[in-house]
Write a protein that binds this ligand. Sequence first.
Ligand SMILES: [Zn+2]
Length: 290
Amino acid sequence: MPELPEVETIVRELKRELVGDIIIDVWTDSSKNLQGNFSEFKKEIKNKKIIAVKRRGKNIFLFLEEDKIIWIHLKMTGHLLIGKYKFNKKEWVPVDNDKLLDPNNRYLHWVFLLRSGRALVLSDRRKMAKIVLLSDTSFAQQKSLKKLGIEPLSSGFTPEVLKTILRRSKSEIKRVLMNQEYIAGIGNIYANEILWKAGINPWIPSNKLQESQIIALHRAIKEVLSQAIAHRGTSAKDDNYRDVYGERGKFSSYLKVYQREGEPCPKCGTLIKRKKQAGRSTFYCPRCQK
Ligand SMILES: [Zn+2]
């Protein structure tokens, strides 16, 4: 599932590529992704200029003129692509970028045609991504957005703020890191990497962390997420995340524990272990993360 670094990578490129362009039409074979009526949606966004693109947590927002906001959550298998496509018999085929022929980029269920001749496309194998049309007013009223926790890469996310968050909960630290209402954007891949980097046991209760561990955790959150963005996110094994040009995220080769069960810990050489935690796989070094 795309987490903060993947969504941030997508949003930075969307900003560069889409702002100023105009949506001239939209096509779908999966209207269940949309909250609301498709023909209504189409009517509302047709011929509207894209004026801004923003991210909040794992959510993407395309701001259009005349107070329209397209809210996209990629969920498990969704990713957005930009390219030139032609409708050939039954399917959309990319015309000038072979990367878009990667099978992971071929689950095309939404196509937004643009004035520039390109298209913004949603590839979503499991068709679980969510698309919602909002206005400024309904945007401000979305409960799930209002409840989102702090952005971990914002300047407001200080060690003090992290400490306040951690003190509030007796849950296992890994679950707290992944709770979107505390900190927005961290999922299973980065929670594993962050805890390894900070040398913290994923099962210890959040409110039991010592001062020095909180400092290390804060630093690890900032570093791991920034490095992952610098390498354009992670396309792990069996992970179909691709950037908007259809390319794999390069952070996969920098992962230290995630999906590295049985390999030596890069710090101490002990073999990395994997254990189920709250239904997800936790990868950790039994020695560094006692
Ligand atoms: Zn180790």
